[in-house]
Design a protein around this ligand. Structure first.
Ligand code: AMP
Length: 261
């Protein structure tokens, strides 16, 4: 079995955890590094997205990865911006999709192209980008790709901040403030653990924590059913709390599982 880890590079522990899973579970382990212009909006950070290919290759090597695919933009899109793309459907209109129009169309289109290159395989994605993971699973089911999707848990800094290549944009003060996303989510999970089943209060718990942080601005806080990604009013089964906030320059995202026992 081929294990495949698609990435945009600038590796951190989150990427490494996917590489390790692919290495441990598959005969051949491959990674792709491609900063995909199609998934960036006009005002977004395509040009400044952090890159360090030499370091990435050293890390891939240290994790025992057999093969790295690092195409140029012209190789992936020889005819320029493609006219035929993957329609990500209604789920892509919500949350991240609402804030980043066209983002998931770009993501699914490049993932579909990468899956064509790799063929039958097991592909590893992080739960950090939970909506992306759900959409990739749906694409694979709906369009019959011969690829098994494996979701991997969020890797965090010691204080709980979800690791992200974009964390390098944070000033020291913003870096301290950024932990408010995880703290809000953790408070929400505790509320559910303590018996609260009302979604409104759980969402308010997250929003209040972000609002209390002067350097952070809330984009959305939401609770959705884990399987369907539909909004829920009451917590009756496994759900996800998701949050996005701008802290200084970058928009950060994070999520945790909510487990009403
Ligand atoms: P990116 O390079 O940001 O496109 O991410 C490549 C893959 O790594 C995606 O499947 C991400 O969900 C995953 N990933 C990014 N950050 C983390 C993290 N902190 N923990 C786990 N997986 C992550």
């Amino acid at each position: 079995m081929v294990g495949f880890v698609p990435t945009m590079g600038f590796f951190h522990e989150g990427h490494r955890s996917l590489l390790r899973a692919a290495r441990a579970e598959c005969d051949v382990a491959a990674v792709s590094i491609f900063v995909n212009p199609l998934q960036f909006g006009p005002g977004e950070d395509l040009a400044s997205y952090p890159r360090d290919v030499d370091r990435d290759l050293a890390i891939a090597d240290a994790e025992g990865i057999d093969l790295a695919f690092m195409p140029h933009v012209e190789e992936m899109y020889p005819g320029g911006t493609p006219e035929v793309t993957v329609d990500p459907g209604p789920l892509a209109q919500r949350l991240e999709g609402a804030s980043r129009p066209g983002h998931f169309r770009g993501v699914l289109t490049v993932v579909a192209k990468l899956f064509q290159v790799v063929g039958r395989s097991r592909a590893y994605f992080g739960e950090k980008d939970f909506q992306q993971l759900v959409l990739v699973r749906r694409m694979v089911n709906d369009l019959s790709f011969p690829v098994e999707i494996v979701g991997c848990p969020v890797s965090r800094e010691p204080d709980g901040l979800a690791m992200s290549s974009r964390n390098v944009y944070l000033s020291p003060e913003e870096r301290q403030a950024a932990v408010c996303l995880y703290e809000g989510l953790r408070a929400a999970a505790k509320r559910v653990h303590d018996g609260d089943r009302g979604v409104e209060q759980v969402v308010a718990e997250i929003a209040d924590r972000i609002d209390a942080e002067p350097l952070a601005e809330l984009d959305y806080a939401a609770v959705v059913d884990e399987a369907t990604f539909e909004d829920v009013d009451r917590l009756e089964g496994p759900a996800r709390a998701l949050v996005s906030a701008t802290v200084g320059k970058p928009r950060l995202i994070d999520n945790v599982r909510l487990d009403p026992a």
